[in-house]
Design a protein around this ligand. Sequence first.
Ligand code: F6P
Length: 323
Amino acid sequence: MKKIAVLTSGGDAPGMNACIRAVVRTGIFHGLEVIGVRRGYEGLIEGDFLPMDSHSVSNIIQRGGTILKTSRSSRFMLDEGLRQAIIMAQRAGIEGFVMIGGDGTFKGANEFSKLSGIPCTGAPGTIDNDLFGTDYTIGYDTALNTVISAVDKIRDTAASHSRLFFIEVMGRDAGFIALYGGVGAGAEEILIPETSTDITQLIRRLDEGWKRHKSSVIIIIAEGDKEGGAFEVARKVKERFDHYDTRVTVIGHMQRGGSPTCFDRVLASRLGVAATEALLQGNKNVAAGLVNNQIAFTPFEKARKHKVDINEDLIRISRMLST
Ligand code: F6P
């Protein structure tokens, strides 16, 4: 193998740049030519390639976002787009890919590799932490720190005004950010898609708190909760329980930005090296991950389809500790 390429796809995540840096420099260390693909699978379809050298990844380990840019490509999911991407990769003489991203990225990588015969490996880059085969995804730790810093600030104003805040965090299908961010910020309630939310029980607990003269309350809601996002849950609660003055905050895309934490930089560096060296050793269709602090490889399909268990006991802990 003489020439490989790296791309970032799907939602950006802090630490993707550290991972790009690791792939490029590992490739160069092993004597490879490394190409950057701009704008994820969209760029692959269009042949938007950029030769990378060691200098092109200088001074990026600390930067959020992705210098290669990213996209959610619907064209790549169609036969025509996939075939066009294969033509572009073959024309450029690319013999292997490292794809950095989440479940959609791994799905695309798997199909691309199977149809083209070009081996692909992956590094899990998503703030959602919802991929099987790694204890942590790149960007998750930074997003959690953004969440607790935002909730801490909201707590100040909630306590000053004796208010009830409904705070929505990201996680379309997964509640990891809500659960760990909620425990870390001392939230009274945490609502996540993995468990059913009982509004009647929630109101009962709020009422108990009210009777104990609890002056302010923070409820963290994952955007994918089955009862709805923060506005919807707030509406349902207020209809039947209006003791508190309430406010809603959606933290939103702030969670995806910012300089990666040290944890994410180290994780991204390790996974970038592992994914690149795995490619060189003849592996394909696997994602690098970290399990019990050891590098592990999981087939793309398993990484994205296998359910990642959530520690529901943390909900009980959060309630017990915030009374
Ligand atoms: O997959 C990461 C994520 O941040 C999810 O938590 C969120 O639901 C989604 O991306 C938002 O995506 P977009 O920026 O495309 O609206």
